[in-house]
Design a protein around this ligand. Structure first.
Ligand SMILES: [Zn+2]
Length: 397
């Protein structure tokens, strides 16, 4: 027994246990909501499919009394905004996405199944369980609170689910940012980290660059000296770019793809590389961008061209983020649960909201493993306390 469990139960821990029992009783309902969403496949690049899940999810939120608004996008599925409550206070923004990385038909080889404590299926972790948790946490609050104003909730809530997160969020970013600016805090229901379900209090910023080298083609046998080898130049550039990595700063530069040349007997005139850049700190953005743009040809007969940039700012662990985490940890503690935090290399839409200085807590969604992979799953037993945590945060922040 630890020291906290020896103490007499406080009012708040009694309430926390009551809430946990409430969601325990509804565990199967939560699982069936998740399965329903997983079984509507929604690859980012299929507008019709994503529009279909947008409708289904909108229907569920309007069933809770939310005011539904679609933001139509030309090349992507609709983004869904749902408002609960009036202007009595600043809303909290619940943020997520319903697009997945899986093409239509994936369910045939990767069905949604319950195997012991695991629930499987495409997008079950990233992040259809997060959407279901939003729905059930809100339903719980409405049942406990029953307030007339603010949509039956203890405070106004805005939900934003976007359709293009897995492909860079270009069409939704402005909506995410404008709703975040009006919110007191942003809760991101992306998957949690690791087997203990840590929340994410820092994410790296992400950038992508394309480096193109132009040389001069010639016959490798007849006119070797007239050629200018673009691949050789690219190789030298790659060596140079690789020195930009600074692990102590959390700054990494990865040349992820290369291509170039046409045949072995031709001195290649073209070569190119795609480069992934990650930064942990906003203050490193300008420096790395300058270095990338400052690349000059080693061989003056070559031309190099660099395009791209940092497109997601880092989510840094600011005092606002730390305070949100402290609130989450306090709610978890009432359940005797030590909620961990993690800093991760991947980005989410939480990077945008945190980049604006709005307190953001990410990784509040499902607990599991295998996001974007064939073994993607969540742990069913973690769902009830996750729902308690989300409901508690909606009230508190
Ligand atoms: Zn995601």
């Amino acid at each position: 027994m630890n020291s906290s469990s020896r103490k007499a139960p406080t009012h708040s821990s009694v309430e926390a246990q009551r809430r946990l029992a409430y969601f325990d009783e509804r565990r199967d309902e939560i699982v069936s909501t998740i399965r329903e969403l997983v079984e509507i496949e929604s690859p980012s690049d299929n507008k019709a499919a994503v529009d279909r899940i947008a409708e289904a999810v909108a229907h569920k939120f309007s069933g809770l009394g939310g005011e539904v608004r679609f933001h139509r996008a030309q090349d992507f599925g609709s983004h869904l905004q749902v408002n609960f409550g009036g202007k009595s206070a600043k809303p909290v923004l619940l943020l997520g996405h319903y697009d997945t990385v899986y093409p239509l038909g994936t369910l045939a080889t990767m069905p949604s199944r319950v195997v012991n404590n695991k629930l499987t299926g495409p997008g079950v972790l990233d992040m259809k369980s997060g959407i279901a948790l939003m729905l059930h946490a809100l339903a719980g609050l409405q049942e406990w609170d029953g307030k007339e104003q603010d949509g039956g909730l203890p405070r106004p809530v805005t939900v934003l689910l976007v359709s293009d997160e897995e492909v860079g969020s270009n069409s939704s970013r402005a909506i995410t940012e404008s709703l975040a600016k009006r919110a007191s805090a942003v809760l991101v229901l992306e998957p949690s980290y690791g087997p203990h379900g840590a929340v994410k209090t820092a994410r790296k910023g992400v950038g992508e660059y394309l480096l193109r080298v132009t040389g001069k083609a010639s016959h490798a046998g007849l006119d070797f000296q007239k050629g200018v080898n673009a691949i050789l130049e690219l190789a030298r550039q790659i060596e140079k770019i690789s020195t930009f990595t600074d692990l102590k700063k959390g700054l990494t530069v990865n040349v992820g793809t290369v291509n170039g040349g046409s045949r072995t007997n031709v001195v290649p005139a073209e070569a190119a590389a795609q480069i992934d850049v990650r930064i942990a700190r906003m203050k490193d953005k300008a420096g790395i961008d300058k270095k990338m743009r400052g690349l000059r040809p080693f061989n003056r007969k070559c031309k190099i061209e660099i395009t791209g940039g940092i497109n997601r700012p880092p989510m840094e662990r600011t005092s606002g983020v730390a305070a949100l985490y402290a609130q989450a940890a306090a709610i978890a503690r009432e359940l005797g649960w030590k909620l961990e935090e993690a800093a991760v290399g991947g980005g989410s839409d939480g990077n945008f909201t945190a980049g604006l200085g709005i307190p953001t807590l990410d990784g509040l969604g499902g607990v599991g493993d295998g996001a974007h992979a064939a073994h993607e799953h969540i742990l069913i037993s973690e769902l009830p306390r996750r729902a308690v945590l989300i409901a508690g945060l909606i009230e508190a922040v």
